[in-house]
Design a protein around this ligand. Structure first.
Ligand code: FEO
Length: 383
């Protein structure tokens, strides 16, 4: 970390986990960031995932040797950051847990810890000697107990999941690298935090006046020089400031709906429109979700299956609903064999989500026929 001997990184990369939260692919890994603030007293900000117990303790000892940890600050209780609290208490029995009232029952429930917990309120602080830690609640970024720890002397915000991303970081904790991490920031945001856009906006309003010069999140790089870029990107995602462009997400059983998807994509590309094509049967839907958070138009394709929507596409639509996605231009398409239902049902979901349906939908019977499927009907409406 640049220009600080007080803040030490003690987190690690996880390159073994295939699915973060058992649902989000992390082909480039993910980091679990934890930090020490070292002064007359020592505070540890959050812990790490259970599988990394030995590495975590070793990282701490490497930084502080035989010195003791005085405070364990709990910003967030999701087990990717909280799984080693009892381990820390075992290693440092006098360490005081510092957190807010909402986290207390979670600490007992997950870790069985009930004693020596200092409950702080909004704006309260603790002193480590020359260094202060001050606490601001940012509920629902990403759980109700989440808070930011602010160190004014270091102008550093320990931001929890906010400003985090998927992807392991080189050498433990890279500083900056917004351009390289941008896609995985977006996919992380869409997958993990996307439901909470309004609370992210409230958190941004709360921390913006602090004069932050360093952001230490729980995942991904520490941000210093690239703070304007990463904060601006989170602002854009959480406020749904959308670009003109089309996400096409589809599932296909025998390739007919896939051919229709490719035909629509080709028509749009021919007209110079940005298109992102996602096969929901071949890739995790987090990749399509990320594009839905960037672009103003969504086209969804599904064959009719059991008189309904094909399950991979249904799951994607449920994920959109769960995140409260609104205000996209929308169209549906898909094949059927004897009774076309998928387009009608997709349109019904779109209406529920306050999408603007730009076309009634293109459904077709049996095999895809390029001469009959008029992909330009939808593409022409999106210019
Ligand atoms: Fe990285 Fe909400 O935990």
């Amino acid at each position: 970390m640049n220009n600080s001997d007080k803040i030490r990184y003690v987190g690690m990369n996880d390159r073994q986990t295939v699915l973060f939260e058992h649902q989000w692919p992390v082909p480039e890994g993910v980091s679990y960031n934890s930090y020490l603030v070292v002064d007359d007293k020592i505070a540890l900000i959050d812990t790490a995932a259970a599988a990394f117990k030995d590495e975590f303790i070793s990282n701490i000892k490497e930084e502080i040797g035989d010195r003791k940890i005085d405070y364990l600050v709990v910003n967030h209780m999701e087990p990717d950051h909280s799984a080693l609290q009892a381990v820390i208490r075992n290693e440092y029995p006098d360490c005081t847990i510092v957190t807010n009232a909402k986290a207390v029952p979670m600490i007992e429930g997950y870790q069985g810890l009930t004693d020596n917990i200092k409950v702080i309120k909004e704006g309260e602080s603790i002193s480590l000697g020359g260094t202060t830690l001050q606490f601001y609640m940012i509920p629902m970024v990403h759980w109700p107990e989440t808070m930011v720890t602010w160190c004014p002397e270091e102008k550093t915000a320990f931001s929890g999941d906010a400003f985090g991303c998927f992807r392991a970081v080189p050498d433990g904790c890279l500083v900056d690298g917004f351009v390289d991490f941008k896609e995985e920031i977006t996919r992380y945001y869409a997958s993990i935090v996307g439901k909470y856009g309004q609370t992210v906006q409230a958190a941004l309003r709360k921390v913006s006046p602090l004069g932050i010069e360093r952001i230490c999140p729980t995942h991904g790089p520490v941000w210093e020089k690239d703070i304007p870029e990463v904060v601006g990107w989170y602002d854009r995602l959480s406020a749904a400031k959308l670009e003109r462009g089309v996400t096409i997400a589809y599932g296909s059983m025998y390739g007919n709906t896939a051919k229709a998807a490719q035909a629509i994509a080709q028509e749009l590309e021919n007209k110079g429109i940005t298109v992102k094509l996602h096969d929901l049967c071949e890739e995790n839907y987090s990749y399509a979700l990320a594009d839905v958070f960037l672009y103003d138009t969504l086209i969804v394709g599904s064959p009719t299956y059991n008189a309904g929507i094909f399950p991979p596409v249904q799951s994607f639509m449920e994920a959109l609903k769960a995140r409260g996605v609104k205000n996209r231009r929308f169209a549906a398409f898909g094949s059927y064999t004897w009774a076309g239902m998928s387009v009608k049902l997709l349109n019904a979901i779109a209406a529920e989500m306050q999408f603007e349906t730009v076309h009634d939908g293109l459904s077709f019977a049996q095999g895809y026929n390029a001469d009959k499927f008029n992909a330009s009907e939808i593409a022409d409406l999106l210019i």
